[in-house]
Write a protein that binds this ligand. Structure first.
Ligand code: DGI
Ligand code: FE
Ligand code: FE
Ligand code: FE
Length: 185
């Protein structure tokens, strides 16, 4: 796999804004991987491809999830979740990424899940705190990310749950389970 070539394919699939975000996630994921002992190369790869499917149609992404036998809950909980599992499948098929640890990190980057690997936590958190993100509470999570990976992931999950409830949107069950696992730890 050639990283520069895949980056070009990713850039062609995204808007300029989303590509800038992707580069921010890559740099943040590499830094977090170095801090917390995840595989740095895998972290960079996972970040580069994580939003590859962001602009595919919801119909195409839902079909992919069903045809691959993935958790159909991704389809039930609203369109924003589809690009994570569908992106992992499309990255394997179209970008040639075969590493299961990388692809799993992409699958769970939006929702999180209980029992995440360090690599999965690194991508989830990097997506939340990369430097182009500006929303209330992000500075607190950035500060926690320098101190304690699990605490930062827990806060990000909690913020996302609160945000969804305020908007009267459904909360993916594994997102709640991931929060509970970390808050009880
Ligand atoms: O793709 P990005 O914008 O970089 O970030 P992301 O993959 O974390 O997607 C964020 C979106 O996903 C945001 O609109 C909130 C939504 N989301 C995250 N967790 C859940 C969720 N939506 C539902 N319905 N349930 C969730 O648990
Ligand atoms: Fe995403
Ligand atoms: Fe996220
Ligand atoms: Fe993202």
């Amino acid at each position: 796999m050639n990283k520069e070539k895949v980056l070009e394919q990713v850039q062609a699939a995204l808007t300029e804004h989303r590509y800038t975000h992707t580069l921010g996630v890559r740099d943040t994921a590499v830094r977090l991987a170095q801090m917390y002992g995840a595989d740095v190369e895998r972290a960079a790869w996972a970040a580069i491809i994580h939003d590859y499917a962001k602009f595919r149609s919801k119909e195409e992404m839902a079909d992919i999830i069903k045809n691959e036998g993935m958790d159909t809950a991704f389809v039930t909980y609203g369109g924003e979740l589809l690009h994570a599992p569908a992106g992992a499948v499309l990255a394997r098929e179209e970008l040639g990424v075969k590493d299961e640890a990388i692809l799993e990190a992409v699958v769970w980057h939006t929702t999180g899940k209980p029992g995440m690997t360090v690599l999965e936590k690194v991508l989830f958190l990097a997506d939340y705190i990369e430097p182009n993100r500006r929303f209330p509470g992000v500075e607190d999570v950035r500060a926690q990310a320098d101190e304690d990976l699990d605490e930062a992931v827990c806060t990000a999950l909690g913020n996302t749950i609160t945000f969804l409830i305020k908007k009267r949107q459904p909360v993916f069950e594994k997102t709640l389970a991931a929060y509970n696992e970390l808050i009880l730890a």
